[in-house]
Write a protein that binds this ligand. Structure first.
Ligand code: ADP
Ligand code: ZN
Length: 433
């Protein structure tokens, strides 16, 4: 179902017009109400009247996570503090957390964005949505929660953790949708297999998974193990939270709610805009946000865009699956490696679980690249030659995708720590040297 057809299927010309109007308004507001934005625009020689259409956006200076840290906590507010009704903070995956303030309208718009996602997954007021993203400062839990309320569905505010209770509620309350990180979904699938609860006793049909990169292979794995259809949901605290983007039933890219959050792709090194189809860094400008609008915010997420119309009828721009973040990328012996590439390979090997942990170090001036990989019960053996054969097989499979050979350490089933939120899969010891 399409929740807001007049926006989600709007013709390109009207969408650009709407975006242009909203951009003019937000630029006016930050220029007059927010000194850091004003100073930066003045330095770049841009005045609010220079911004007329959405194409003028490229004249505006970028903003970054560092700005939010420098002006922590309220320096980038564009309204008085008393207009802020709620705050959230980023999960701090890549450093000190940042805080974000929301006005009442900001919360309503964010819920609208999330509801469009849920409707696209085929959910409606009859559904029971189990929200197993963490509640609290993290946007995942309350963001997914408000979208469910706005849809009129029944929301179970489980938060992350307490896995046994998750399964119990899922069965007893007949949850039809599960919202959590893909890595936690996999953990729940595993726990379900061990619990002895037959899958037929569950009513689960839809997964609402995001907050971390996940691959097509991981999607297949989770769909198979939970017997559901798994959809992508994308978002980030600086721009609002989950619901910035979503997959429709065609699962052919993630539609972005571009009337609210305007996306651009730029070259991560030079900041130059890149055309459709070319991978680069995703940049967002919030078009309706009141509390802390973000202008040309550099996400560090790597993807590409397409404006081709989707089979679902939506005209909303689509982005391709996120490979990772520029700050997630490991450079090992000069080769760029993303943890998501390792995940994709491991999901294709029948002998292993997709649980892994990468350790990178520099010893005698050479980078080391070790990966602990969990072997399935059935294939885990005391026979040295058997494990050696497996070790080589995994190393070759990874090398053929990432370009360099890792040192594989096979570990027993269940030994790698399971994540209940965003998975932590890398220890780069070189950072501390
Ligand atoms: P942090 O940057 O501290 O992790 P957030 O909780 O705001 O803070 O997380 C937002 C980030 O999470 C995004 O910038 C992106 O890197 C990642 N992310 C969110 N949803 C997805 C998704 N569906 N696919 C890939 N990455 C995602
Ligand atoms: Zn679509």
């Amino acid at each position: 179902m399409i929740w807001n057809k007049s926006i989600e299927c709007l013709d390109r010309e009207s969408m650009c017009k709407l975006q242009g109007e909203r951009l003019r308004s937000v630029v006016e507001r930050v220029y007059h109400n927010c000194a850091p934005y004003r100073e930066r625009m003045q330095q770049a020689g841009v005045l609010p009247e220079d911004i007329r259409t959405i194409d003028d956006i490229v004249k505006l200076p970028f903003s970054s996570k560092q700005d939010l840290r420098d002006y922590y906590p309220w320096g980038l507010l564009a309204v008085s503090r008393s207009e802020i009704v709620k705050i959230h903070a980023s999960s701090g995956t890549t450093g000190k957390p940042i805080v974000m303030g929301y006005t009442r309208n900001d919360i309503a718009n964010w819920a609208e964005a999330g509801t469009r996602c849920y409707a696209a997954y085929g959910l409606n007021k009859d559904d029971v949505i189990q929200v197993s993203y963490g509640y609290g400062l993290f946007t995942g839990g309350l963001g997914a929660h408000d979208a469910g309320l706005n849809l009129g569905a029944t929301v179970i505010p489980m938060s992350a953790g307490n896995t046994e209770k998750q399964l119990l509620m899922m069965r007893d309350l007949g949850s039809t949708a599960l919202a959590c990180t893909p890595s936690y979904a996999l953990y729940l699938a595993e726990a379900l297999e061990k619990s002895g609860i037959p899958r037929e006793e569950l009513k689960l049909k839809v997964g609402i998974f995001g907050a971390e990169p996940w691959t097509e292979e991981m999607r297949k794995e989770i769909q198979f193990r939970l017997g559901i259809k798994a959809y992508d949901i994308y978002g980030l605290t600086e721009i609002s939270g989950p619901g910035v983007g979503f997959e429709c039933e065609h699962q052919n890219g993630t539609h972005l709610n571009e009337d609210l959050f305007f996306p651009e792709i730029v070259d991560p090194k030079t900041g130059e805009p890149l055309p459709d189809g070319v991978e680069g860094e995703l940049v967002f400008t919030t078009l309706s946000k009141e509390g802390m609008p973000m202008i040309r915010f550099r996400t560090h997420d790597l993807t590409s865009l397409t404006h081709e119309k989707c089979e679902c009828g939506r005209t909303l721009v689509r982005m391709s699956r996120i490979l990772g973040r520029t700050d997630d990328m490991l450079i090992i012996r000069g080769v760029n490696v993303f943890p998501s590439q390792v995940e994709a390979v491991l999901c294709t090997l029948e002998e292993v679980e997709p649980h892994f942990f990468i350790t990178v170090d520099r010893i005698n001036n050479t980078d080391t690249f070790d990966i602990d990989v969990e072997i399935k019960e059935k294939f885990y053996s005391d026979v040295m030659s058997e494990m050696e054969r497996l070790r080589k097989k995994i190393a070759h499979a990874i090398q053929s995708v990432v370009g360099i050979q890792p040192n594989i350490k096979p570990v027993a089933p269940g030994t790698i720590e399971r994540s209940q939120g965003k998975a932590k899969r890398v220890n780069d010891k070189r950072k501390f040297k």
